[in-house]
Design a protein around this ligand. Sequence first.
Ligand SMILES: [Zn+2]
Length: 402
Amino acid sequence: MADTEYCRRTAVTGLSVSPTDATRLRELVSEWKRGCQLAVNEAWGVCHTRSEVQQLAYDELREHTDLSSQHAVLATHRAAEAIKRAGESGTKPEFTSPTVAFDTRTMTVFEDRTVSLTTTDDRVRCDLDLPADGGYQSRYLDGEEWEPAKSALRYRDGEFVFHLGFRTPKPAVDPPTEGATVLGVDLGVENLAVTSTARFFPAGELSHRREEFERVRESLEATGTRSASRTLRQAGYRTDQFVTHRLHEIANGIVEEATRYDCELVAFGKLAEVHDLLPEADPFHEWLFERLLSMVEYRAAARDIAVVEVNPEYTSQRCMECGFTHPQNRDVEAGHFECLKCEASANDDYNAAKNIAFRCVRRGPLSSRGLGAAACALQSGVVTPDDGFTPYAELSDPPLSD
Ligand SMILES: [Zn+2]
């Protein structure tokens, strides 16, 4: 099951740690930071996917740190995340945060409210320090449907805090078998997302905030004082919060749009392909796309809307009016689409979003689960392969009626 097909929750808990175990965990924290940094140093400017960074840096980590084999793997993955987040134009990440990742191979959660953790030495087993009434944490610890998942150990001010992750399969959305209306979404650099119904979500503020943060970082790093590094941490945190907040807004907007136009399906171009087709996107954008897609899936599931991926090839070159496909139909610099054959013109991302919806109708989603998309939702009507364009006013049961 793909990673995006789970709902995730985190239960935060203190840990009761004996002095000997505390020493082991502190040693782990320090080796972890070193391992992540080694992996970033190896991979920076070379590669950024998890598997690439793992391949490149794993042996180095095993040789030069005391991390267990699985923690070495996790550290290369953490490094890959950090490289993506920083993007190509950003500053090389520095690992100063005392936070170690755990997964089900490096931790075991027991029914007696204890957890056993892999360190650089023996495993340690310690009590979870839960509120007397069990707290909200017991809902996940006791809930049959929740299983332990990716977690994190933080060490701050002499205390260990465990962010115990849980996951459960997402409620399956019964896919429509026929006659569904699909909303197409094009992902891009100028506009982070554009829907086939002509709703635009510009990336402007996101790129702007990140550039601003990089400028602040440069000047603070030049200062090099303790208070400068604290200010830097705070600025980084605020930037992350801003980006997350904006992604939530965009995800909400896309799902609202699907609801407004009575769509049972939302189609995206397959992300792996999007990366190849968008030479102007850097790893930061990949990171934004992945987060956005999983936020949309999560919200859409709550409204019984299925999210699918289609092959995005040529969706930016094809004319939605006449079907003529040519690279020169599109002026990437100007963000403009004008068909060489029928002279129809539009914003290029909007044209691509319509094509993504249409591809879902014509060929179905990539991981075909028997979804039956019959019509694309556009701003003023629907398009079907057989009947062409029908304005909403002529439908027996039009959306947007309120
Ligand atoms: Zn045309």
